[in-house]
Design a binder for this molecule. Structure first.
Ligand SMILES: Cc1cc2nc3c(=O)[nH]c(=O)nc-3n(C[C@H](O)[C@H](O)[C@H](O)COP(=O)(O)OP(=O)(O)OC[C@H]3O[C@@H](n4cnc5c(N)ncnc54)[C@H](O)[C@@H]3O)c2cc1C
Length: 419
């Protein structure tokens, strides 16, 4: 679009901030609204895949995030009792020098938020949006105090999996809660763990415990790990009643080395319970409305694609706005650009999650015996690497992105990291 348009971005998570940066750089008027009084990241850590890293590179933020995060070359998981390898995915099964960068959420948030501030983007905080009036020529937002904000040519709903605004999309739907969630904590890095791998232990599919090196939350911060333990939200009260020591003993009975992390936990207050839901909006758009990120599609973090898909949505929407003559055409182009990639990954996540997080006795048996064996035979390692990287279907071309050759990206060695 050659003319300047007024855009409201709801939500200052990865999707909202990336989208605001794209629009501002394209010369549009953009304002971000965030419900938190002080914008802050939620949760522990996540892996940025070559997909999300390509978006950050397009925004000129790759070096900033690489400097804070931890390079991931391998995802490794073993059965806790037998030690048998259940999962061993290596990015280098494919060419191109791919890797992941695991980050503390505060690092991703900080890099995007600083860039937004440098770009002069207005971020209004303490504004909880609850309604869109998109019946006229311009869209208006209403917050929980009843204030009417606008009008805008386009509203971007980037308010995450519990969005209150997506009900204004053309075909709204809500997430279905998944039975398993997880305790997450950001802790000091522990000696004896692989510094460039996500490492997990499983007991059937009802127990999954994992360690992910996530680098530092900010420059000068300590090297940290995200530590997680799968848990049904329905079992939370029973676990709390049994006490923190009982929970720690249970973790160590599954994975004795995890004592390096449980020894840092003295209270349930240090653990956040993440609840997961699964849903995909059939059409992530409405009149003068684009829905991006978790608001449009959320799932369990089993495949670790959520933040990456959120960044891809932001890039695809900005590309659609730049290359189309009207907001309506841009929204149509955005939906088309993301449809295939989102549906494939949502379906893969729906299929794979029960193998790792369910009460089934059959699925973990198949996973441990059959899948683990097949996964070693080409082309399975290449396919698994593409699945983890988020590139089973091309997410780049329709978002106006081009993946780089990653072999030239070098992470500065950190003294802490090499322990
Ligand atoms: C435990 C856990 C582990 C994960 N691991 C990974 C991983 O390894 N890799 C990966 O790619 N993804 C992972 N994810 C998923 C990832 O965190 C999400 O996909 C990603 O944060 C989505 O970004 P978003 O910007 O769409 O939404 P969010 O990050 O949820 O941001 C939404 C923002 O909108 C604000 N907001 C909400 N409602 C309103 C309102 N009404 N008005 C104004 N503001 C509002 C919120 O305060 C928030 O700032 C994980 C998720 C969890 C829970």
């Amino acid at each position: 679009m050659s003319k300047v348009i007024d855009i409201a971005v709801a939500g200052a998570g990865p999707a909202g901030l990336a989208s605001a940066l794209y629009f501002k750089r394209a010369g549009h008027q953009v304002a971000v609204f965030e419900r938190f009084a002080v914008p802050k990241p939620v949760g522990s850590g996540l892996i940025l895949q070559p997909t999300g890293l390509t978006v950050l590179a397009a925004l000129g933020l790759l070096e900033n995030i690489v400097a804070l995060g931890s390079r991931i070359d391998r995802l490794y998981g073993a059965d806790a009792a037998s030690g048998r390898t259940v999962l061993d995915v290596r990015y280098d099964a494919q060419t191109g020098g791919r890797f992941g960068i695991a980050v503390h959420r505060a690092a991703l948030f900080g890099v995007l938020f600083d860039a937004a501030r440098r770009a002069g983007i207005s971020v209004e905080t303490d504004v909880e949006l609850q309604e869109i009036d998109n019946s006229g020529d311009r869209a208006f937002l209403t917050d929980t105090t009843g204030r009417r904000i606008g009008g805008f040519d386009l509203v971007v709903d980037a308010t995450g999996s519990r969005s209150r605004l997506r009900r204004f999309a053309d075909a709204p739907s809500e997430p279905r809660p998944l039975p398993y969630g997880a305790f997450w904590a950001s802790l000091d890095w522990g000696d004896g763990f692989e510094p460039h791998a996500l490492t997990q232990r499983y007991d059937k599919s009802s127990v999954m415990v994992g360690v992910l090196p996530i680098g530092r939350p900010d420059h000068g911060g300590r090297e940290m790990a995200a530590f997680f333990w799968s848990l049904k939200p329905a079992d939370l009260d029973a676990v709390r009643t049994a006490g923190i020591e009982a929970w720690k003993e249970r973790v160590i009975s599954i994975w004795p080395e995890a004592a390096a992390f449980t020894s840092q936990i003295n209270d349930f207050e240090q653990l956040s319970l993440a609840r997961y839901g699964h849903h995909t909006l059939r059409r992530p758009a409405g009149r003068r409305l684009a829905v991006i990120g978790d608001a449009a599609h959320s799932t369990s973090p089993q495949l670790g694609q959520g933040a990456n898909m959120a960044l891809l949505d932001a890039a695809a929407l900005a590309h659609a706005v730049t290359t189309n003559a009207s907001v309506e055409d841009a929204l149509e182009a955005y939906c088309l650009a993301r449809r295939r990639h989102v549906r494939v990954f949502q379906a893969l996540s729906w299929m794979f999650t029960p193998f790792y997080q369910s009460d089934s006795r059959v699925l973990p048996f198949i996973r441990d015996r059959l899948v683990a064996t097949i996964a070693r035979v080409p082309p399975a390692p290449q396919l698994l690497a593409a699945m983890v990287a988020g590139t089973v279907v091309d997410p780049f071309a329709r978002a106006g992105l081009k993946e780089r050759d990653w072999t030239s990206v070098v992470q500065e060695p950190s003294a802490d990291r090499s322990r």
